[in-house]
Design a protein around this ligand. Structure first.
Ligand SMILES: *Cc1c(COP(=O)(O)O)cnc(C)c1O
Length: 424
């Protein structure tokens, strides 16, 4: 199946007379005929469900669809993108370990790593995404367990150098984890470029309709845990909290990572997605390929319009030939990147506020990457406590406007932006 078909059909094959849409198994628990039957599930000897805090059939159908889209071997849904980022790292790194992350990552991920996970005893080194191979190599330590990056960084729109980061990760015997939220598997499949694990905030394009918060982790099944036995004892030695199972032996490279994340992390931390939300997510994914095409088409036109406008001082969109990452985006995302643009207006902070006030189609919202065109001025909202100098240091200038181009008619979007720019 091709991507468009997988969006509709992967993950669930109804049998004769069964519902065509995935069923919502809205049940906390599952019934068995004998204790032996249930015992086999607890021992991970047989596949099946016993409690929705760990696994639910509706979730698994949607996870299987995302795994198919990414070309992975196994996947799980989480309650949010944040939970997916946390699990993806915590599944293979604990107190005393070290992780390398690109500094161009989502702010929430940066906080999770730099504050919360540091408190758990995990050390992080943040590297400039455009650092040299030597600088990247020098960031590795004896206890490094993973490298983390973002295909198209939110909000910097930096395009990830997959070749450089995957080569370095693999030379040091650790997996590359990539947040593929902005590109989606329609525009980029990180496993084809050396990534080993992919995570998503499904809250964004995958759901696509502002309906549900969620996350997903997908394993490529290609990382050889046993070849680096000493680095990943959680996968390569018996789990005493799970009847002495050695995940990498019992489930192989294809299943070990997600099975451990389910049996251990989901069991203990319980960040499961509600089956109802998984249903909505699936509904969103059905139109993902069509929506992404339109998002990119619209964003390209908006970016070109902004670039030619006298009141616009700069435009950041990887689809513009003038963009620093244009060539790299073409290499990894030949069919388009995403619908998110950032730009600046003449007159700085106050001009940006006037512009925002006059928009009618584009809605002011702390959100990106869904069907509705929405816009955010960080200097007067999420970053309003910072001075102009501090904003510049944070890479979010006082004039920066983040625009997430939706799938409304392009004329309505452009006309709206044009009249709001006139008001400045
Ligand atoms: C929003 C976002 C997240 C966090 O996801 P939530 O679903 O909000 O928890 C992680 N990564 C990226 C790139 C995001 O845009």
């Amino acid at each position: 199946m091709r991507t468009e078909t997988k969006c509709i059909q992967a993950g669930y094959e109804p049998k004769n007379g069964e519902s065509r849409m995935i069923p919502i198994i809205q049940s906390t628990t599952f019934k068995y005929d004998t204790s032996e039957d249930m015992g086999k599930l607890f021992d991970l000897e047989a596949p099946g469900y016993f409690y929705t805090r760990l696994q639910n059939p509706t979730n698994d159908m949607v996870a299987a669809k995302i795994a198919a889209l990414e070309g992975g071997s196994a996947a799980m849904l989480t309650s949010s993108g944040q939970a997916a980022s946390f699990f993806s790292v915590f599944n293979i790194a604990g107190a005393g370990d070290h992780v390398i992350a690109s500094s161009a990552i989502y702010g929430g991920t940066f906080n999770l790593f730099n504050v919360t996970m540091r408190r758990m005893g995990i050390d992080f080194t943040f590297v400039d995404p455009d650092c040299s191979e030597e600088e990247l190599d020098a960031a590795f330590k004896e206890n490094t367990k993973a490298v983390f990056g973002e295909t198209i960084a939110n909000p910097a729109l930096t395009v990830f150098d997959f070749d450089k980061f995957s080569a370095a990760a693999h030379a040091h015997g650790v997996p590359l984890i990539v947040d593929n939220t902005f590109a989606t598997p329609v525009n980029c499949r990180p496993f084809e470029h050396g990534a080993d694990i992919v995570i998503h905030s499904t809250t964004k394009y995958l759901d696509g309709h502002d309906a549900t918060v969620g996350g997903c982790i997908v394993d490529s099944g290609k990382f050889d845990w046993m070849a680096h036995k000493d680095k990943f004892p959680g996968l390569t030695t018996p789990d005493e909290s799970y009847h002495g199972i050695t995940y990498a032996e019992k489930f192989g490279n294809e299943g070990a990572y997600i099975t451990k994340a389910t049996a251990q992390l989901m069991r203990d931390l319980g960040a499961i997605q509600a089956p109802m939300n998984a249903y909505f997510l699936n509904l969103g994914i059905e139109s993902l390929a069509v929506r992404m095409e339109r998002h990119c088409e619209n964003a390209q036109q908006v970016a070109e319009f902004l670039e030619g406008h006298e009141k616009v001082t700069w435009v950041n969109y990887p689809g513009l030939p003038s963009n620093k990452y244009y060539e790299r985006a073409k290499k990894y995302m030949p069919h388009g990147t995403c619908g998110v643009i950032s730009f600046g207006v003449q007159g700085g902070r106050s001009a940006a506020e006037v512009f925002m006030k006059h928009l009618k189609v584009a809605m002011i919202a702390t959100h990106v990457a869904d069907a509705h065109t929405c816009v955010l001025h960080p200097a007067s909202s999420t970053h309003r406590q910072l001075s102009d100098e501090e904003l510049v240091a944070a890479g979010v200038g006082p004039d920066l406007i983040r625009l997430s181009v939706g799938i409304e008619h392009i004329y309505d979007i452009v006309e709206d932006i044009a009249q709001a720019l006139e008001a400045i």
